[in-house]
Design a protein around this ligand. Structure first.
Ligand code: PMV
Length: 340
């Protein structure tokens, strides 16, 4: 099924072998969902039950260089180190199978990420999106953003929101083949918005979002409530973006994330990504807010938080979290810096 979608999108382009370059390169930013994607109506094609909305992380993400090699297997490097026998490398190889010229084509894949891997910071989304964009460059396909978004989604759902900077809304679509399920840009930059990556634990997460989603959808009666919540939160977030209303943006994003984590707890058995330090950070943020600092958070499938605040409050936020590991990201600053 996936190959059919890939072939439909690439059409005749895939057979234009003479046009390919020696190397393809691309950067894709990570993205943070302000209204989360949780639950798949189709597990193979990564088709969601609901729409979701994200903001990209500017210069934080993955830069991929792809080239052809004469070898039986792909060579996959992450930050200069070969990735062997890692589930993520296997996923990438399986994904690349849809894009080989023939069964003898192997790829050298060099991914440079400036994010902590698998810490709930959407690093796989940036990885898959940058691979699709690098393939587009390597083969000279000249795909449009919709096509890139659909292809990236086949690698990892939320990757479809990482093919471009800024706010992206992933439309769930209705078609069985998912050709109408892709992310669209909401072109209304919020120049004052800052995102703080509060790293409380950078270890690999014990339960992948893929497995967790399946458990939630299959066991929680609250899942129907979650879908209703998303249909209320999304229009409010879009209103906040359109009117540049930071308070509304922060309130809805935080409430949506907490609703997701409540939903996770209602799975059987319960899924808990938060740690003691996570709950302590929630309480600290709520206390700071009571004191007048406009600071909100969102949280994905891991214990770390993403803080949402405005440029004018950057110093205060950095001061409040000076003993923790906090990276401040300006979504408008899009130049890739190799390492941090
Ligand atoms: O695309 P996945 O399978 O990594 O799932 C992403 C799930 C969340 O990050 C928790 C939510 C989201 O919308 O990004």
């Amino acid at each position: 099924m996936k190959q059919q979608i890939v072939d439909t999108i690439l059409g005749a382009k895939k057979s234009i072998k003479s046009n390919r370059k020696d190397k393809g390169m691309a950067f894709a930013p990570a993205n943070v969902a302000l209204c989360k994607y949780w639950g798949k109506r189709d597990k193979t094609l990564n088709l969601p039950f609901t729409n979701s909305l994200s903001i990209s992380l500017g210069s934080y993400g993955a830069h991929t260089t792809l080239s052809f090699i004469e070898a039986e297997k792909d060579s996959i490097f992450l930050n200069g180190q070969i990735m062997q026998a890692k589930p993520f490398a296997d996923r990438l190889t399986a994904f690349l199978n849809y894009f080989r010229l023939n069964s003898k084509t192997s790829f050298q894949v060099d991914i440079r990420s400036n994010l902590p891997i698998a810490a709930g910071l959407a690093s796989s989304a940036a990885g898959f999106a940058s691979i699709v964009l690098a393939l587009n460059d390597l083969y000279h396909w000249a795909l449009n953003l919709k096509e890139c978004s659909i292809l990236a989604r086949l690698g990892s759902g939320s990757a479809c929101r990482s093919v471009q900077h800024g706010f992206m809304e992933w439309e769930k679509g209705l078609a069985q083949n998912g050709m109408d399920s892709y992310a669209k840009s909401i072109d209304n930059p919020f120049v004052d918005l800052q995102i703080g990556l509060l790293i409380l634990n950078a270890q690999e997460k014990p339960l992948s979002s893929r497995e967790a989603m399946e458990k939630t959808v299959g066991t929680s009666h609250f899942y129907a409530g979650w879908q209703n919540q998303v249909s209320e939160d999304l229009p409010l977030l879009k209103k906040a973006i359109a009117s540049k209303n930071f308070t509304l943006l922060g309130e809805i994003s935080e409430a949506n994330a907490l609703c997701l984590h409540a939903l996770l707890l209602s799975s059987r058995p319960a899924i808990l990504y938060s740690e003691k330090s996570t709950v302590a950070a929630w309480q600290k943020i709520w206390a700071l807010r009571k004191e007048g600092l406009e600071l909100y958070f969102t949280q994905d499938a891991g214990p770390n938080l993403k803080l949402l605040f405005q440029k004018k409050d950057k110093d205060k936020v950095q001061m409040a979290f000076q003993t923790e590991k906090l990276w401040v990201v300006d979504p408008m600053e899009t130049k890739f810096h190799e390492y941090n």
